[in-house]
Design a protein around this ligand. Structure first.
Ligand code: 5GP
Ligand code: MN
Length: 327
């Protein structure tokens, strides 16, 4: 991303931050590290500017995020509904639907949209959307560095670093480009704790989470002569190990670790009759297109969708989709 590309938009966002007294910062359902990092970094900047701020993302989140600086800004839904605000900042959310419509397209109120999904619907009054950025926090960093570099505290640097770390899979995925590494380096220079964040969010696992991983790996299957792989997580597996679905972040990457596998699907029984599917591609097969057929979306190499039905139905639909892509 060229530094100049969003210069004008960055000034517009700063002007909105300065003009308004209260802001709601919203992320997508079941927020990941990039989403939380973007929300908290923006939340802390606004707080330091003397604004009233609340951050919220629907669904479940790992309690690990409560350790992050700025986590005090995360509120329960009840404190979102009654919150009188004059600015909405959406992060990491390609559509307003991904925020469960807590964000509405720009009309009566000012909406800023920071995102890196190619399918972003540009619903903001100001849209900072760059699909070449490995993480949304890289766009937030670019914004802060351009308009208010003195505001990037070590706490904000930690949050921005978390997004780059998580969305590049610990600097392993194909999106790990020069800018991602440069951004990470600059953030460490500003005080981000690279070791502690990698330890807490990537390396460290609780006993019960590893036990669950064991059963999930046991469900691993190959299809189409080893060109595709599937894994599944049922409610029963969670109950047996005393875990919750939010403990399964990153599990899909074990399927993607298989040599020669091109397409990977992880099926998660999120509720009876509801299956969340995580898709990964190891080459240029575009899994976001398959996800979109079922109302989901994402990136070329990482996408997600929800299927109403049982595990068998979901498996059949996805494997049929894979068969078309591989053929
Ligand atoms: P995950 O499999 O890790 O849940 O999601 C992988 C990628 O797909 C993420 O970038 C995420 O934002 C996107 N994604 C997952 N589920 C959905 C969905 O239901 N709709 C859209 N638009 N994107 C999704
Ligand atoms: Mn992201």
């Amino acid at each position: 991303m060229s530094a100049e590309r969003y210069e004008r938009e960055f000034r517009q966002v700063l002007e909105l931050f300065e003009r308004h007294g209260s802001a709601l910062v919203i992320g997508h359902v079941d927020p990941d590290g990039d989403c939380i990092g973007s929300m908290l970094a923006i939340g802390m900047m606004l707080e330091a500017m003397g604004k009233t701020v609340r951050c919220f993302a629907p669904g479940d989140r790992s309690e690990l995020f409560d350790r992050m600086p700025g986590a005090h800004l995360l509120v329960p839904i009840e404190q979102v509904r009654g919150f009188d605000h004059d600015l909405v900042v959406a992060v990491d959310s390609p559509t307003t639907g991904r925020t469960e419509n807590l964000v509405r397209p720009c009309a009566d109120e000012d909406v800023v949209n920071f995102d890196h999904h190619p399918t972003n619907e540009q619903y903001g009054c100001v849209n900072i959307v760059d699909e070449t950025a490995a993480a949304t926090t890289m766009l937030v960093y670019r914004f802060m560095k351009t308009v208010a570099p003195e505001r990037i505290t070590a706490e904000i640097a930690d949050c921005l670093y978390l997004g780059v770390l998580m969305d590049t899979g610990g600097f392993r995925f194909q999106n790990t480009d020069a800018e991602a590494l440069r951004t990470a380096g600059e953030l460490v220079g500003l005080g981000a704790h690279a070791y502690e964040l990698a330890h807490d969010f990537i390396y460290m696992k609780r006993f019960r989470t590893l036990k669950l991983l064991g059963t999930v790996l046991d469900s691993l299957e190959l299809h189409f002569d080893g060109r595709a792989a599937t894994m599944q997580i049922t409610r029963a597996m969670l109950e047996r190990t005393g875990t919750e679905m939010k403990d399964t972040e990153g599990f899909v990457d074990y399927g993607a670790a298989l040599d020669d596998v091109e397409l990977i699907a992880l099926f998660r029984e999120t509720a009876p009759g509801e299956i969340r599917v995580s898709l990964r591609s190891r080459n240029d097969h575009d899994v976001s297109r398959l996800a979109e057929r079922f109302g989901g979306g994402g990136h070329v190499r990482a996408a997600g969708l929800t299927i109403e039905g049982d595990l068998e139905t979901a498996r059949r639909l996805v494997l049929d989709g894979f068969a078309e892509m591989i053929r």
